[in-house]
Ligand binder design. Sequence first.
Ligand SMILES: NC(=O)c1ccc[n+]([C@@H]2O[C@H](COP(=O)([O-])OP(=O)(O)OC[C@H]3O[C@@H](n4cnc5c(N)ncnc54)[C@H](O)[C@@H]3O)[C@@H](O)[C@H]2O)c1
Length: 251
Amino acid sequence: MEQSYAGKTAVITGAARGFGLAFGRALAERGAHVVLVDIDEPAVQEAAAAIRAEGGQATGIEGDVTDATRIDAIMEVAARHTGGIDILINNAGLHSHEYNKPMQELGVAKVRRLFDVNAMGQVTCTLAAVAHMRGREGASIVSIASAAAHLGRNAYGISKLAVAGLTVAFADELGSDGIRVNAISPGLILTDTIRAELPEATKVQARSLQMIPRFGEERDIVEAMLWLTGDKARFVTGEVLRVGGGMGAGV
Ligand SMILES: NC(=O)c1ccc[n+]([C@@H]2O[C@H](COP(=O)([O-])OP(=O)(O)OC[C@H]3O[C@@H](n4cnc5c(N)ncnc54)[C@H](O)[C@@H]3O)[C@@H](O)[C@H]2O)c1
């Protein structure tokens, strides 16, 4: 039987499209009230409306994960739905073709923004959410790192290595509060953004780094999120789960 999320509130960042929207849809289908946060206001409202039209409970809120004041206010509002926050998914991230360039091409301002969104965004949202998560049965945080963290040779990979490291640090800090903290490192997954932005040759080259020879799909990452936020993973914390058909695997 499918795990139920009825009576739970889940906050998902970067939820207007891609993984974030897929996470929102999966949790709403299973009964959660999902709070979708994204810097893109029209798109996040459209995403929440689509989930509501499918029968789910969803609220869309505009917010930049680097803006601590705004994120504090968003968590306050999110916590009102069911008296707290049960699940936080730190998914918002800068990635794809643009942010995989060498640092000499990106320049200081873009590298700083990359770390602000990908790494500090996780810190900002986690710190804002924990006060509303303490004492909630099965409270769980999942952050989205990347296979690039484990192969990491550029600024994007290192920003995601920080996500993996911060996951272990927060798991240690929050374990005694009953909050589990884990991360997923997806390999290349064909979201709309990746389909549109990544040249075909780069996709094929990335697939050649896998052990399972097919492209990754959003549902592969959704399944990992459902396992990590569910009761079956109740003794799992501080873990970085690679879901990439073997990309970045190593001993
Ligand atoms: N798709 C992949 O192959 C892949 C692989 C590994 C890791 N990831 C990671 O997974 C996450 C989601 O990937 P996706 O492919 O769904 O991405 P996407 O680009 O399709 O969606 C990301 C969303 O985040 C939002 N966002 C960007 N900056 C933000 C900010 N400062 N505050 C709030 N929202 C912001 C965007 O508006 C967008 O809606 C990212 O963290 C990415 O680095 C993706």
